[in-house]
Design a protein around this ligand. Structure first.
Ligand code: F6R
Length: 598
């Protein structure tokens, strides 16, 4: 979703803003813009629809301006088409206030009518533009920018991260957030703001996340928090320990490729963490678990649910967060709600978490981004520590979250009864990173398996038991980055309708990693082959496959842990297919890394 960047210091602002926007591009966007305040206090801007290159080209071929304070924005369209006049920054009609915004102003229609009655003329279809006119109107009533901001915020409902330039305050950038991510960073003689850490890493690792509606003034000499009665205590900065390479491709062709190759290391780190994932007192008294998440994060819960039920004997439900928030799923006080989110900012998951808490549930968050809203609002948080995930499609965070959920179930089993099965899985988990490494050594074979897919319009995935959620995840990966229509089915379900879509040449990818179910899934494979499908089977190396079927043996792991290995195999299939189709796997069309709107 939208990305925000801001800078003030001694250097030229525009190149820093453009570089920051490039580092936020992974969040997904369809137009971009920057504004800079020059030495004379004038606010100058450049905006363009489409990719950042368009903005850079426009800036360099004529619009180039100078100034050492500025703001920038990548927009993921919600209200109004992705065109130049809807791109941020937006300006007051006299050009004295410029603003960029991430989030949604929910009462924008009502405010637009009110401001129009007051004579304000709107130049965009965005919800954002009301904020800049409100600021302008309040400026007529109060000379203090902090007070103007406070008056404006009182009128807004919805979510926002705002960065603002006032012509009256050259060299300063003002910021405020509610529900949308925003961090500020302190350098030497310069300060920054951004939606996310990767944009700041080249400049500083000392950051502060403003509390909701806290008004922040950035100046070259520091960050000031403005309370009702003037300057509050200086912000307590947090040091970001990520290494500077974490947000670079380091020789890989794409971030997605790099992140898949990081999976063994991420899993090793996660398995070495010794802190309890859940307070034992909570684990002992549980009567069930409910997982909430969106997209791949929803598949995390599905992937581990049947394993968790077998291991703990507790019922496990998995609910899509956007459904949970409006559908009153029965919840008992002793059920654990587990919110799964890489970004920790997904609006639907955050709302579902709040709904669960409102209904008295204890919520554990499994999150990657430290300090994110979901992490902060949950009762307990387990950080997967996967490092920054830049590619839009989640890979390393997905695997780390599945592994974290396995560890959660093992901890619950240990606190309740303990079991031989738990000890067996616990030991088996340690072999998974090596197995993933072995699989990554098979890139060439996987690329050749992906080659026929690049010309196809539809791909079907089938699997039984733990293989089915892994198929759901594999099909999501394939469709989101290769734009090939893909669907996943429990292998026994195809003949209840969907088999009518199977005809000569249609690819069907089958996962066969569960020995007791192997024969059954292979019967499904024969059924689709009999109708002309091109079947490709990914199987556990120890499960025999009849001759004549195109098959790839996955490195062997305990069958309960196979979803971790098949996830990586299908991530590679999706990556190779996207590349073979000449697509950029990191930034699929229409998608955003962090979905901060409903
Ligand atoms: C798919 C993908 C998305 C996310 C979903 C939730 O590859 O990345 O489906 O899993 O948008 O995001 P988080 O985990 O940040 O809540």
């Amino acid at each position: 979703m939208c990305g925000i960047i801001g800078y003030t210091g001694q250097r030229e602002a525009a190149p820093i803003l453009l570089d920051g926007l490039a580092r936020l591009a992974y969040r997904g966007y369809d137009s971009a813009g920057i504004a800079v305040s020059d030495a004379g206090g004038h606010l100058l801007y450049c905006r363009a629809a489409g990719k950042l290159e368009k903005l850079i080209e426009k800036y360099q071929s004529g619009a180039a301006f100078h100034g050492s304070a500025g703001i920038g924005h990548t927009r993921w369209a919600t209200h109004g088409a992705p065109c130049e006049h809807n791109a941020h920054p937006h300006f007051s009609y006299d050009g004295r206030v410029a603003l960029v915004h991430n989030g949604i102003i929910e009462n924008h229609r009502q405010l637009r009518e009110e401001l129009t009655r007051d004579g304000y003329v709107f130049r965009s279809e965005t919800d954002t533009e009301v904020v800049v006119h409100l600021l302008h109107r309040c400026l007529a009533e109060s000379g203090s920018e902090a007070e103007v901001l406070r008056m404006t915020l009182k009128r807004l409902s919805g979510s926002y991260a705002l960065a603002i330039l006032f012509a009256s305050r050259p060299g300063e950038v003002w910021a405020v957030r509610r529900e949308s991510p925003l961090i500020v960073g302190a350098g030497y003689g310069e300060t920054f703001l951004a939606s996310d850490v990767p944009a700041l890493l080249p400049h500083t690792r000392e950051v502060y996340e403003p509390a909701p509606d806290e008004i922040v003034r950035l100046a070259p000499d520091g960050i000031e928090i403005l309370g009702e009665h003037g300057s509050a205590a200086p912000p307590r900065l947090t040091h970001i320990a990520w290494d500077a390479d974490a947000a670079e491709k380091n020789g890989y062709g794409s971030f997605m490729e790099k992140e898949i190759h990081e999976i063994p290391g991420v899993l090793r780190r996660l398995l070495a963490v010794r802190e309890p994932i859940l307070p034992p007192s909570i684990a002992e008294s549980l009567t069930g678990l409910v997982f909430i998440g969106c997209g791949s994060a929803y598949h995390v819960g599905l992937s581990a649910a049947s394993f968790g039920e077998t291991l703990t004997g507790l019922p496990v439900r998995v609910v899509i967060a956007s459904e949970f928030r409006y559908h009153p799923v029965p919840l008992s006080a002793r059920e654990l709600v587990v919110a799964v989110s890489q970004s920790g900012e997904t609006a639907d998951t955050l709302a579902a978490l709040r709904e669960a808490k409102r209904r008295g549930a204890y919520v554990l968050a499994i999150v990657n981004v430290v300090g994110s809203s979901i992490a902060r609002e949950a009762d307990a948080v387990f950080y997967i520590q996967a490092g920054p995930e830049i590619a839009v499609a989640t890979t390393k965070a997905y695997c780390a979250q599945v592994a974290a959920v396995y560890r959660l179930f093992l901890a619950i089993a240990a606190a309740r009864t303990g079991s031989g099965y738990a000890a067996e899985i616990s030991a088996a988990l340690d072999s998974v990173p090596d197995a993933v490494e072995t699989l990554l050594g098979e890139r060439d074979t996987i690329r050749s398996l992906a080659a026929p897919l690049k010309e196809k319009n539809d791909v079907f995935f089938i699997g039984r038991g733990a293989d089915y959620p892994a198929c759901l995840e594999g099909s999501l990966k394939l469709k989101e980055i290769s734009y090939i229509h893909a669907e996943a089915y429990p292998a026994g379900e195809l003949k209840h309708g969907t088999i009518s879509l199977i005809s000569r040449g249609v690819p069907v990818i089958a996962l066969v990693t569960q020995p007791p179910l192997a024969e059954k899934t292979l019967s499904g494979v024969e059924e689709v082959r009999a109708r002309g499908a091109e079947a490709l089977v990914f199987h556990d190396g120890e499960v025999p496959i009849p001759p004549g079927i195109s098959a790839f043996p996955l490195p062997h792991v305990h069958p309960s842990l196979a979803p971790l290995i098949s996830a990586v195999a299908l991530e590679l299939i999706a990556l190779e297919t996207a590349e073979l189709r000449g697509l950029d796997p990191d930034m699929p069309r229409n998608l955003a890394k962090s979905v901060t709107v409903e």
